[in-house]
Design a protein around this ligand. Structure first.
Ligand code: ZN
Length: 176
């Protein structure tokens, strides 16, 4: 079925939807605030506009939608229509993610990614567990960490082969 809107318009619509204040993100924010952490939101001046920024801890948290970032988990599936459009769109998201990680690390920021599948779906974890993990990480000296759902794959490289992502993307992802 043909789309009613152009790819550009749809892309803009989609990016608007995923940009800010998703429910999973709100849950994490609320939990951390209740534990006494103070933060800024969607900092435009930082690479990748991180969702939650903790200047005191030189740390940022991204709450990543599993679809938009092609996470290897049960929440991600390649769409059956307009495959080329989605491959390019989501592939570009992943390439941008990697560049953003590098830039933030270069500026001395620590990065935590909370995947959507840790917060919703069959493999979700109790919200308190996720928030505790975030809090523990904030107080640690760890530079990079991810929190994922229970059904997410650890071996990222293998699944990318199945998904047909380009080679350079797989290489990039392996550096994690
Ligand atoms: Zn996921």
């Amino acid at each position: 079925m043909a789309d009613v809107v152009s790819p550009e318009t749809r892309s803009r619509m989609m990016s608007g939807i995923r940009a800010k204040n998703s429910i999973p993100e709100m849950k994490v924010r609320r939990g951390l605030h209740a534990r006494g952490f103070r933060f800024r939101l969607h900092c435009r001046e930082l690479p990748g506009k991180p969702d939650i920024v903790f200047p005191k801890y030189r740390a940022v948290i991204f709450v990543h939608g599993c679809f938009w970032h092609a996470h290897e988990c049960t929440l991600f599936k390649w769409p059956k229509t307009r495959e080329d459009f989605w491959k390019e769109k989501i592939g570009n998201n992943r390439i941008r993610d990697l560049a953003v990680m590098d830039e933030l690390a270069g500026q001395g920021w620590r990065v935590l990614i909370v995947w959507e599948c840790a917060l919703k779906g069959k493999g979700r974890r109790p919200i308190d567990e996720v928030v505790d993990s975030c809090a523990e990480w904030l107080l640690s000296s760890s530079t990079k960490r991810e929190i994922r759902g229970q059904h997410a794959t650890i071996d990222i490289a293998i699944d990318h082969e199945k998904q047909g992502l380009p080679d350079d993307l797989r290489e990039g992802t392996r550096r994690k």
